[in-house]
Design a protein around this ligand. Structure first.
Ligand SMILES: C[S@@+](CC[C@H](N)C(=O)[O-])C[C@H]1O[C@@H](n2cnc3c(N)ncnc32)[C@H](O)[C@@H]1O
Length: 234
């Protein structure tokens, strides 16, 4: 009997717990068109080899990793208000990838590149130590049920990997509308020795993060939103 995390005989890799499920979801005609038109320029291929940011973006600039951009509403906004930064954006859900490519085309955005792949594998196999200036994780799936909590992204092993890939002074910015997850974020980031909170507890919403349609609806219903922003110690 293999021990935890060990592959059973004949299995190359142990089954890892994923932070997402592959959802069925229809790609609209507009998204499909955007995938075809803009995919070749903005979609990168996953490869287990060091990521060459200069080659991917055609310039050297601060590099921000976004994990799980959904339909890309906040992503496109942030890329437009921060034109001096490069955004490497991971999402597994194809309609979301099409939706962000559509926004890229509509607004002529040039500082986003998309990897349609599990961000955890991207971190593990493509990103070098001290290669990131920032990490965005907005409204990651809260996995409400206790038995599913292990699927949550923001847990000590991933946060340690992210801290190692941040440059000194680089930041991790998380946001959620689920209070128990917000508290977990604060606790997990607060326990990582390389990170330092930028606030006394939860952070004020940084001005670059927009209120999305989803968030506005939640706020109208009286739900809260929590931002958590930590920096890598010098
Ligand atoms: C609740 S949605 C939030 C989307 C977006 N950030 C927002 O604020 O609207 C979470 C997204 O993260 C994506 N996701 C979860 N785990 C991921 C992973 N390991 N790699 C890439 N995307 C992931 C899911 O597919 C989903 O679209």
């Amino acid at each position: 009997m293999p021990s935890a995390g060990q592959a059973p005989a004949g299995v190359a890799h142990p089954k890892t717990i994923k932070s997402f499920v592959r959802r069925a979801g229809r790609t609209t005609t507009g998204q499909a068109k955007a995938l075809e038109e803009f995919g070749p320029q903005y979609l990168l291929s996953y490869a287990a080899q060091p990521f060459d940011a200069h080659a991917a973006f055609g310039r050297t600039a601060p590099l921000i990793l976004e994990i799980g951009f959904g339909m890309g509403e906040a992503t496109a906004h942030i890329a437009r208000v921060r034109p001096a930064d490069n955004f490497l954006c991971c999402e597994v859900h194809e309609p979301g990838v099409g939706a962000l490519l559509k926004r890229i085309g509509e607004h002529g955005i040039t500082n986003i590149r998309i990897l349609q792949h599990d961000a955890v594998e991207v971190i593990d196999h493509m990103l070098a130590p001290a290669s990131l200036d920032g990490v965005h994780m907005f409204f990651p799936d809260p996995w409400h049920k206790k038995k599913h909590n292990k699927r949550r992204l923001i847990q000590p092993p991933l946060v340690a990997k992210l801290a190692a890939r941040l440059k000194p002074g680089g930041y991790i910015h998380c946001a959620t509308d689920w209070q128990p997850y917000a508290e977990q974020m604060l606790q997990v980031l607060g326990s990582e020795p390389h990170l330092q909170n930028t606030a006394d507890g939860f952070a004020p919403q940084p001005d670059y993060r927009p209120l999305t349609k989803f968030e506005n609806r939640g706020l109208r219903l009286g739900h809260g939103v929590w931002d958590v922003v930590f920096r890598r110690r010098p």
